[in-house]
Design a protein around this ligand. Structure first.
Ligand code: ME8
Length: 634
């Protein structure tokens, strides 16, 4: 087997700005990528955005934008974020890329020609939020388990992928490849699911309901279901079927996802691959969820955590370290800023920061900054430290490929703590007073610096900036990514190399006494999501009367309204699927009057009427009795 690795993150939906969950998966992928580079592997690291489907159309409409304009904007937010988190991806894919669309159509045609796609009728429970049908068994109390909303009944003629045909093959594949889906709990979840008969997968949407998608190559009245489109990104990015990247990297593919999208990755994707006629990915690595205050992150509760807010306060490497140290891969973890501050002050500032600055300070003081040679023979303490170095390296090399990042880091911290203890026990400041102990002092400080170098190299995938700073202070100019764990030169220290004193690697964060960290958490986590009463009162909401309504030709969703709010306004509203033009005329509605006008389908819209939607249905927000037209809503 070649030493190669292909690492992917999910391609994120562009219906909202990136949050800590997206940051986590992408940082894990980055750590793996950097680790495999250190191991001498040739790697390819992919991330990107998922841009088709109902959800995106709805999000765009809410912003009063055309889908293309909207997806360009949000995709760019992801693309701009990754360099700020030191993400070393090789490529950023968008499902609206023409090359991707071609590959999706190629695979659809291939599977269709092979007889694994057929046309049929389907009636079932559909969750608009998830953009998929649910079987009754999957619903919880009749509701979508993810959105807690009642699905709508939908009946449609559509194209279906014969997924059921591959059920036995998939069960057998998972059983004969024990680390195909890992950790084990998620493999078991998929196998449990496969104990029931697998249904075929509806893979199209009629264009009269949704036209923001990739047209089926064999029926232009339909677009591709967003999951059948999105999963293919993992191979379209490599130039499937003929691209050299595909043959080089696909056999070494490892996907990283959270448990929310286990089923599409653990069932749809391998069966799609099988039908298309190539080998499945190597590993599906599934992690748990970051929860906030023990609950799901939620915009309405103001608990969406934005990565850059934390990076601005605590620094990038502290943030990366915290995420990887705190979460046990596979299980849920609770995010709290208290815990982050705790780790920063204790693991980073105290343990690592102190070790590094005291080590350098002693070499500067006793040897003018020149790395001393190892001139004395080893005693018991020296041997124990060397032993710890070897144990840590070994643990690190075995735990990271198994995704046990917290264990790899814990082992590096054992080495840090051991080295701090070694300094206390060998007491270089005492040795320095006795000229006869010079050889011992040289050996001790050489060993101390050597341990620091090992730490610098091993933390490089997790904290690339800190590793770089440490290497520089230790007098080495190589970038951490140029080093190799299997090269002895990586660990060697050249006596005589000049080291310099370092400022604290991680300044401690003071925790205010009277109002502990909670206050910090509230500010950074929620400030962005609250608005003040002054801000709210800037919105000019008024009661309006719909005088005229007509559907806009070419759009299934938009209707053009003339609304009287004391003056007449033309308003384009995305409610045509829920209300006919006739039933709208004569209704009172609430209009946002001071919204910047936008052009939608070539009609200038001068305001927005308020409606509520629960993921499935939509209803106008109206005064509960008739009021004077133009009445202010406050
Ligand atoms: O599902 N904790 O996109 P998405 C940890 N477009 N990770 C989290 C998280 C949390 N609380 N919330 C989100 C999609 N994530 C599809 C994927 S792939 C072919 C298509 C991360 O924007 C985690 O990686 O909803 C999760 O799987 C992903 O974001 C879902 O991202």
């Amino acid at each position: 087997m070649e030493k190669r690795c292909y690492i992917t993150t999910p391609i994120y939906y562009v219906n909202a700005a990136p949050h800590i969950g997206h940051a986590y998966t992408t940082i894990v992928a980055d750590v793996l990528n950097r680790f495999y580079k250190l191991m001498g592997y040739e790697t390819f690291f992919l991330t990107g955005t998922d841009e088709h489907g109902d959800k995106i159309v709805q999000a765009a409409a809410q912003e009063g934008m055309e889908p293309k304009e909207y997806v360009d904007r949000i995709s760019q937010l992801f693309r701009d974020l990754w360099p700020k988190l030191n993400i070393s991806n090789d490529y950023f894919i968008r499902t609206t890329d023409p090359e991707h669309k071609k590959v999706v159509q190629y695979i659809l045609q291939k599977v269709y020609d092979a007889g694994d796609i057929y046309f049929g009728n389907y009636k079932g429970y559909y969750c608009v939020g998830c953009e998929r049908f649910y079987t009754p068994r999957e619903l919880v109390d009749g509701k979508c388990p993810d959105h807690d909303t009642e699905p709508v009944i939908r009946e449609e003629e559509n194209y279906f992928f014969r997924m059921s045909k591959y059920q036995d093959w998939l069960i057998n594949y998972i059983e004969t490849h024990p680390d195909f889906i890992r950790p084990e709990r998620y493999k078991n979840e998929i196998l449990a699911f496969l104990r029931e008969p697998l249904e075929d997968l509806c893979i199209s949407r009629p264009k009269d309901r949704l036209n923001w998608g990739i047209t089926l190559p064999f029926d232009e009245n339909y677009v591709t279901y967003v999951w059948f489109d999105a999963l293919i990104n993992y191979v379209s990015a490599l130039g499937y079927p003929d691209g050299p990247l595909f043959s080089t990297f696909w056999p070494y593919a490892q996907h990283l996802i959270a448990k929310d999208i286990l089923k599409p990755h653990g069932i749809y994707w391998p069966t799609m691959i099988k039908a298309a006629g190539f080998e499945p990915y190597r590993h599906l690595n599934v992690h748990g969820y970051w929860k906030i205050e023990e609950g799901k992150m939620s915009k309405s509760r103001g608990t969406v955590v934005r990565p850059l807010d934390l990076v601005d306060i605590y620094g990038l490497d502290a943030f990366r370290y915290f995420l990887l140290r705190e979460m046990v891969f596979g299980l849920d973890a609770n995010f709290s800023e208290d815990a982050l501050v705790q780790r920063l002050n204790s693991d980073l500032a105290n343990d690592l920061g102190n070790l590094f600055s005291r080590s350098l300070a002693m070499v500067v003081k006793y040897f003018k900054g020149n790395i001393p040679p190892r001139s004395d023979s080893f005693d018991e303490k020296d041997n124990a430290l060397s032993q710890q170095v070897e144990t840590t390296k070994e643990t690190y090399r075995t735990e990271i490929p198994q995704l046990r990042f917290h264990k790899a880091l814990a082992s590096v911290w054992e080495l840090i703590n051991h080295t701090n203890k070694y300094i206390d026990q060998t007491a270089p400041w005492v040795l320095a007073k006795d000229p006869k102990k010079k050889a011992r002092l040289e050996t001790v400080l050489h060993n101390v610096l050597a341990a620091n170098k090992v730490v610098a190299v091993l933390i490089a995938p997790f904290m690339p900036d800190t590793a770089g700073k440490m290497m520089e202070k230790l007098g080495y100019s190589k970038e951490p990514l140029e080093l190799r764990l299997d090269d002895d030169a990586t660990w060697e220290l050249t006596p005589g190399t000049q080291v310099t004193k370092a400022k604290a690697l991680f300044p401690r964060v003071e925790v205010k006494k009277e109002k502990p960290k909670k206050e910090v958490a509230e500010k950074t986590v929620e400030e962005k999501d609250y608005i003040t009463i002054d801000e709210f009162s800037k919105i000019d909401l008024r009661v309006g009367l719909i005088k005229e309504a007509e559907n806009i030709p070419g759009s299934k969703k938009l209707v053009k309204l003339k609304v009287d709010v004391g003056e007449e306004r033309t308003v384009v509203a995305g409610i045509a699927k829920n209300y006919s033009a006739d039933e709208l005329v004569g209704r009172q509605v609430i209009l946002v009057c001071n919204l910047k006008p936008v052009k939608l389908m070539n009609v200038k819209s001068e305001g927005m009427i308020l409606a509520a939607h629960d993921g499935g249905d939509l209803a106008l927000v109206v005064p509960d009795r008739k009021l004077k037209v133009g009445a202010k809503v406050s």
